[in-house]
Ligand binder design. Sequence first.
Ligand SMILES: Cc1cc2nc3c(=O)[nH]c(=O)nc-3n(C[C@H](O)[C@H](O)[C@H](O)COP(=O)(O)OP(=O)(O)OC[C@H]3O[C@@H](n4cnc5c(N)ncnc54)[C@H](O)[C@@H]3O)c2cc1C
Ligand code: SF4
Ligand code: SF4
Length: 432
Amino acid sequence: MQEAKREATFDALVVGGGIAGCEAALNIANNGYTVLLVEKDLSIGGKMILLSKVFPTLDCGACITTPKVSEIARHTNINIFTGSEVKNISLNGKHKFKASVLKNPRYVIEEDCTGCQLCEEACPVNVPDQYQYGMVGRKAAYIPFTIASPRVAAIDIENCTLCGACERVCPTKCIDFTQEKEVWAVSVKTVILATGFHLFDPLRMPRYGFGSYKNVITSMQMERHLAPTRPFHTVLRPGDGKLPDRIAYVLCTGSRDASVGNPICSQICCMYSIKQAQLLMGALPMADVTIYYIDIRAFGKGFNEFYEQAIGMGVNFIKGKIGKITEKENGNLILRYEDVSSGKLQEAEHDLVVLSVGVLPNQDSQIFFSDRSLQEDAHHFIRQPDSLLNPAKTSIEGVFVAGTATGPMDIPDSILSAGAASAEAISYIIQS
Ligand SMILES: Cc1cc2nc3c(=O)[nH]c(=O)nc-3n(C[C@H](O)[C@H](O)[C@H](O)COP(=O)(O)OP(=O)(O)OC[C@H]3O[C@@H](n4cnc5c(N)ncnc54)[C@H](O)[C@@H]3O)c2cc1C
Ligand code: SF4
Ligand code: SF4
């Protein structure tokens, strides 16, 4: 496939359109500077746009994300490239960077798509829906998810059979299989890295049975179960569609565990599990929810009160590390653990297990700088050489970092960090 070459100039390049990148882009744009926001996914919003409610206020995630995301999408100073990758960033003199950005074809003319979903209905191909974490299917012609931004169809060309059914029904004739990759040569004065985090893959801990036992799911799958745009109308056991009534949370799955190469605390898992437990008590009033933990880290403003609220609602907290999970014939799960209060090995039966998976670094930013001048910390997050006095700075002058690209943090801290990065970026632009 041929690659078209284009050029553009902006004041700032923001890489990653999660809440941190969006906030940083918006701050810069509101100060009168132009921004290119590059997001590799089909929608901006990162993980936050897929959450149910947020701790500790239990505000609806979609309701607080959507206005911000649509403000960014409509901002005249912000250009957004979704489905795009930064291939290289190089210094081109003081206050000058050159970036090579690859815009992948969506096979849909974005400006003409009305989001009517007729292509989706017509498409005969079904594949697992990555935005519902594989719990339901989607078509090869699809709108990523209901509140996606842009809310525009895309063709998953890897799974497309080129049958043409979508093209035939599209009322605006905006499906275009001739679209090609575009390489953009972008000149900017400053760069903000907001590439976020990866979730720990529980397949790396076979003793918990994820991938083998259908009723062992991840916390992100539970977020989708509880979200307003959820795949089912209630919380169901994936194994048999039964309403679960004994739900267990396994905290620190893939965190604080040197055996899987991640010795650090993920900072958010205790709190999001406590949040989900409270939401489950509302969704399934007859269900018992048990949280197995090493320590509860409820360190933020209102967090301990939120934890106490969960205890008051009847969530059961057991201090004990889960050794192994096995499956019974009826799909129920037996959890073996050491009960720290009694020092005894115990077993408990649950009908749904949620693994509270941890936060891992996304090392994408390393490949942007071919001279490897972007330093990592000991845990492979982006290093903040002056983490106390200037946490937005990286090891490269004029390149700043926002959000979880520097390490685990929740949404308010990601937004604060994006505020710092954008303030630094603006002052760097002003000096140019
Ligand atoms: C199950 C779960 C529940 C949670 N619940 C809460 C909660 O209730 N309250 C709370 O405060 N926090 C919660 N969090 C934490 C919250 O999700 C994070 O704090 C927040 O998403 C961090 O935002 P971010 O922008 O730093 O990263 P991300 O959300 O990871 O966004 C990063 C973005 O960068 C993009 N990207 C990555 N690499 C590239 C690349 N190479 N090029 C271009 N784009 C790239 C990604 O596609 C993504 O869109 C929860 C997290 C999880 C996992
Ligand atoms: S051409 Fe591809 S995307 Fe369109 S309907 Fe056929 S399989 Fe689906
Ligand atoms: S591609 Fe066409 S059919 Fe599909 S959502 Fe867009 S306008 Fe509707």
